[in-house]
Design a binder for this molecule. Structure first.
Ligand code: SF4
Length: 450
């Protein structure tokens, strides 16, 4: 439970020396309890008091890590239940399940589909981050062969070893320890051996139990063994119970400040349904509330596009506009004589406008200046979109060297910029486009026919 101001006051030296910037130790304690000041401001606190304060003021949900090198990911560390309270910080990661009981054809098919899903959306590379490797055969050699095959073919995915057999787990970890795998399968029977293995290699340990109560007791037991790099999962077989478990774990950690359940969670949606679209629907639910690892049977673009877009939209700071990179973008097979349009770097505007340009089937160029990540009218009103910013983009992205055209189409809503741009860009003609992006296809077809 969180410490009160009086609890903190009892831990302070009570010198009232004012060196922390507060007139008394009590005033300092009250601010510390509100989280408005750092404990380090008092230079006279004992080590024991510092340790107790740091334990008591640590976030209720632990941030844990898996992976290695540039494929290292954080999970958990959330401080709120709802995104409107504060930004969610560590996005959930997607996993595709491989089993050593699958046929070679099935394994190769999944590897190919997993590798194919790799694209950039609003400056973020989207791909499956985890290959969940399950030992079903009970045979060490068969499982190691699966790990090697997937590890060698899916370079971007961090392995997650799924087994409850500590001996097989030990061999599996040896096979892929350089990738910082997740070790999943610690339960009531094997937890001592699994904790020892996870501790030895500093791995994130997946803990599983039949229900919330048993999971709570098991986590306490593992914490008493001195390990806290945990990922929690219950084995509930229904969507309703799994959802209930995941939400209760988050609420217990954040609202009751009970650190026994203050860890991220994992959900096997592939166990809840075998239907691909049901898995998609369930995965969207758990992106929103509150899984940190979501295991799917398979992946392709029909699953990846909605899932990754949803995750990106939820795990961004709502107070910061989503921006695309400034630059000169080619749409279709545009050449040096193709039309040139300008719009802003606000991601939503960019995608709407580029979608309409694609729909027109007229190959074109899109110039994106620095517009502060705002929509067209806001950028213009705030002075971010101006003759100067557009002329700067023309220069920065070497438009005059790349294109022969000296005409630039601007959004109809900022027609007032025409004279300003022509002043900044001598020899250029500004054409005023439509007010709405939906009118662009007709506008571009007419413009290209001129
Ligand atoms: Fe009290 Fe420490 Fe502040 Fe001095 S610096 S007033 S001892 S809290």
């Amino acid at each position: 439970m969180a410490l009160t101001g009086m609890d903190i006051y009892k831990l302070l030296p009570k010198k009232n020396c004012k060196e922390c910037g507060f007139p008394t130790c009590l005033a300092f304690a009250m601010k510390l309890a509100q989280g408005a000041v750092e404990a380090t401001k008092c230079p006279y606190m004992s080590d024991d008091a510092k340790a107790r304060l740091s334990e008591a003021t640590a976030p209720p949900m632990r941030t844990v890590k898996f992976g290695a090198g540039d494929k290292c990911y954080n999970l958990g560390g959330e401080t709120v239940l709802f995104r409107h309270e504060k930004t969610f910080v560590n996005k959930p990661r997607f996993a595709v399940l491989f089993s050593d009981a699958m046929s070679e054809e099935e394994i190769q098919g999944k590897i190919a589909r997993m590798n194919k899903v790799d694209y950039v959306r609003i400056n973020e590379e989207m791909y499956v981050e985890i290959a969940a490797l399950k030992c079903e055969s009970g045979n060490k050699e068969t499982f190691l062969s699966l790990i090697k095959k997937v590890k060698d073919s899916c370079k971007k995915a961090v392995p997650m070893i799924i087994t409850s057999n500590p001996e097989i787990a030990r061999a599996a970890v040896e096979e892929c320890k350089e990738s910082g795998p997740i070790l999943f399968g610690a339960d009531e029977q094997n937890c001592e051996a699994m904790v020892e293995l996870a501790k030895q290699h500093g791995l994130l340990l997946g803990v599983t139990a039949p229900d919330q109560e048993k999971l709570y007791n098991l986590v306490q037991k593992i914490q008493n063994l001195g390990y806290r790099e945990l990922l929690l999962s219950t084995e509930s077989g229904t969507l309703k119970q799994t959802f209930d478990d995941v939400v209760n774990i988050r609420r217990t950690a954040l609202l009751s400040q009970d650190r026994t359940l203050g860890y991220p969670t994992l959900v096997f949606v592939n166990r809840l349904s075998k239907d691909k679209m049901m898995q998609l629907a369930m995965a969207t639910l758990f992106v929103e509330k509150y899984a940190s690892v979501i295991v799917l049977d398979d992946i392709d673009y029909s699953l990846a596009l909605p899932l990754f877009a949803l995750r990106q939209n939820i795990y961004t700071d709502p107070q910061r506009p989503m921006k695309v990179e400034q630059g000169l973008y080619k749409i279709g097979s545009a050449d040096e004589n193709s039309p040139l349009l300008v719009t802003v770097d606000f991601a939503l505007t960019y995608f709407i406008v580029s979608g309409e340009v694609e729909r027109s089937k007229i190959p074109s160029w899109m110039l994106i200046p620095d517009a502060g990540g705002y929509s067209v009218l806001t950028a213009w009103a705030s002075g971010k979109l101006s003759g100067k910013s557009i002329a700067k983009a023309v220069k920065d992205f070497a438009v005059e060297e790349k294109l022969k055209t000296r005409e630039i189409v601007i959004p109809g809503k900022v027609a007032v910029l025409k004279a300003d741009i022509e002043d900044e860009l001598p020899g250029w003609k500004v054409v005023v486009g439509p007010d709405e992006a939906a009118l662009l296809p007709k506008f571009l077809r007419d413009y290209a026919d001129k």
